[in-house]
Design a protein around this ligand. Sequence first.
Ligand SMILES: Nc1ncnc2c1ncn2[C@@H]1O[C@H](COP(=O)(O)OP(=O)(O)O)[C@@H](O)[C@H]1O
Ligand SMILES: C[C@@](O)(CCOP(=O)(O)O)CC(=O)O
Ligand SMILES: [Mg+2]
Length: 427
Amino acid sequence: MVDYPFLTSAPGKVILFGEHSAVYNKPAIAAALSLRTYLLVTKNDDPADEHIHLEFPDIGLSHKWKKSQLPWNLTTHEQGIPPASEELNAELVDGLTPLLTTISSPLHYTAAYCFLYLFVSLCNNSVESGVTFTVRSTLPIGAGLGSSASISVCLASGFAYIGGHIKEASLEKSSKIVKDSDECKFIDAWSYMGEKCIHGNPSGIDNAVATHGGAVMFQRMTNSMPSVRTSMRNLPSINLLLTNTKTPRRTADLVSNVARIVNDFPKTTGCILESLEAIAREAYNLMVRPFLDPESKQRLMELIRINHGLLVSLGVSHPNLERIKLYCDELKIGETKLTGAGGGGCAITLLHDDYDTEAYEKLLKKFDDNGFETFKTTLGGKGVGLLTKPQAELLEYMTVESFINFNDTNEIENSIGCGSIDSWKYW
Ligand SMILES: Nc1ncnc2c1ncn2[C@@H]1O[C@H](COP(=O)(O)OP(=O)(O)O)[C@@H](O)[C@H]1O
Ligand SMILES: C[C@@](O)(CCOP(=O)(O)O)CC(=O)O
Ligand SMILES: [Mg+2]
């Protein structure tokens, strides 16, 4: 029996090399961010409440469904971990459609669809009603930092916990554990289904990083083979600037536009995808060395520039991303590439060791003038976590209202994030 309330949490990610080509089974490199999404699960005391409640204040969505109206008969709960190649359950997708008709915005629709798909798949009919699922994120949403995967991981882990598919996490996850836990495998596989609800054809890199944390080289395989995830334990300390253009975009649109180009220009894009693979492999070899000497750092910088150029050729840049690159080039700050799906969202800049601090101040001013936001964040953070009552006093007084009313990301972090990091448990 689950003791309410409880919290789950998962990080966002930054893709260093290989976005989009990852969808075509090429290797890509990504690392977990310190920015995270949090899911609070509470139960009210009203015995007459027959609903399941969703509160997604970050995107302005609040909704509820009668538990008895959910299509429980369309799921197969015995199935455990879905195979990597599995498509969304078409019958369940059809069964959910009538429950989503009142939601018109695509942003709201995909979030609610992901929620319902995972909820019905992972919680069984005996789940209590009167439960509210509230999500807050310190990540910018739709900006290339994997907010969709981090919410999918929060939901998949919360529902799997309620549904009894995974056991309680433990306080200390030994850094020596080399094998993935069964719980993480379960969450990774189901959050991948959540990513499919949100953007159709994900590679799986984002949910893998949000589940397992750290830094990885990831490659999706063909023919139902499981993806390969190679941990990069000692990532060299690289000086990265993360800049958000704040230009909104949807990963689903960018991924489907690249699919069209790949389909229309198979030979040309085949060469581009092969180049992107070569870049990721060389970057991996440089980044797993214990020390990034100046020559290797220079090569890494050039790989960033080439990677960005190839992404431009796939049509996934944006004038604002090009502006970031232009300013960094003009002021000789470092090499820039877009990160994530592009089309807006974020860019990363690998800073030269000897950049001019005055020029850097000028750069920040230019970014500010354009309405861009820069982030200070660390790479390689922890994966999916659970916070339950005996360890966490804060859950005694955490309500949906207080959770929704956190004013900013600092308040979230100080109250439930890093502020109480020692109480979080990991699978
Ligand atoms: N905190 C959140 N609350 C509600 N929905 C969210 C949240 N974070 C992400 N989402 C869902 O994920 C979508 C954004 O995913 P996507 O387009 O892949 O961009 P990214 O993953 O780069 O942030 C949103 O449209 C929404 O459906
Ligand atoms: C474009 C892609 O490579 C990354 C998308 O990341 P994001 O949703 O923009 O954070 C798609 C994928 O790998 O699933
Ligand atoms: Mg996404």
